[in-house]
Design a protein around this ligand. Structure first.
Ligand code: COA
Length: 270
């Protein structure tokens, strides 16, 4: 990872970052190890999210894996092998969690386009997406117990909240992999599409979201995550506050008056 002088844009070695008109695509690019998430890869993902998070023109972020076989095979097992102490393990997990907290805090949606294996940390990264799409060949699993560890990238927390306690425990305790149709049936993913339609589907969703008022998108996402982390009543109180903030924006005035005037709204992000 390094910065280029003129544009101040970061150059990455483990990921690719491509900007299109209203969205950006981040590709985990270590196909020889099935896009395993080394420390450096996670640091680059974190840096890319900060960078794209602050770019106004980027209204949604798509995350996918290089090649046709894997989204990500999880933590780099060669690096796990080098961990010695409980403190090192804690730090490894803490740094991973920081990346996922950052995804949830972004004011724009993150769409996971899961194009093959999503195992261990790769599955947990996918679970932290706002919208999760799977190709027909995708497989999800948390095989950490096979290595003598436990999921440390949010799996023990996000999976039960998504698919329920007993199903999550079975997946974690047995390490069995779910193919895409089963993941869909359980509500782990939003949609399953053929591999060659995966990115186009993600891009279509990104473009649809980009048509909405940017602040409303950010507030809706924030209200949802705030609510999931609190009691139903405090969640509703958070919604009231965010609803109020949305009503106070120039874009809300534009949205309601454009509807009444039967014209398309022009958002300013204010
Ligand atoms: N970390 C580091 N290297 C990994 C890796 C990981 N998480 N996952 C795969 N690789 C490497 C393999 O060691 C292999 O390297 P090699 O070509 O030098 O031998 C290469 O990627 C290809 O993987 P391979 O196992 O040969 O492919 P496969 O098609 O037979 O199996 C998987 C695919 C995903 C089922 C298998 O690679 C696997 O189980 N990976 C580990 C998944 C895991 O436990 N993740 C959780 C980590 S906490």
């Amino acid at each position: 990872m390094s910065t280029t002088g003129s544009s101040e844009r970061v150059t990455y070695t483990n990921i690719l970052v491509e900007r299109q008109d209203v969205f950006a695509t981040v590709t985990i690019d270590r196909p020889k190890v099935l896009n395993a998430l080394s420390h450096a890869t996670r640091a680059e993902l974190s840096q890319a999210m900060s960078e794209l998070g602050s770019e106004q023109g980027v209204r949604a972020i798509i995350v996918t894996g290089s090649g046709q076989k894997a989204f990500s095979s999880g933590a780099d097992i060669a690096e796990l092998e080098a961990l010695e102490t409980a403190q090192e393990g804690f730090e490894h997990s803490r740094r991973s969690h920081e990346l996922l907290f950052k995804l949830h805090a972004l004011s724009k949606p993150v769409i996971m386009a899961v194009n093959g294996y999503a195992l261990g940390g790769g599955c947990e990264l996918a679970l932290a997406g706002d919208i999760i799409l799977a190709s027909e060949n995708a497989q999800f699993g948390l095989p950490e117990l096979n290595l003598g560890i436990i999921p440390g990238f949010g799996g023990t927390q996000r999976l039960p909240r998504l698919i329920g306690r007993t199903r999550a425990l079975e997946i974690i305790l047995t390490g069995r992999r779910l193919r895409a149709p089963e993941a869909l049936e359980m509500g782990l993913v939003n949609r399953v599409v053929p591999l060659d339609e995966l990115l186009a589907t993600a891009e279509g969703i990104a473009r649809t979201i980009a048509e909405k008022a940017p602040l409303a998108v950010a507030l809706a996402k924030q209200a949802l995550y705030d609510g999931l982390e609190s009691s139903p009543r405090s969640g509703c109180e958070a919604e009231m506050a965010y609803f109020g903030l949305a009503v106070g924006t120039a874009d809300r005035r534009e949205g309601t008056s454009a509807f009444l005037a039967k014209r398309a709204p022009e958002w300013q992000g204010k």
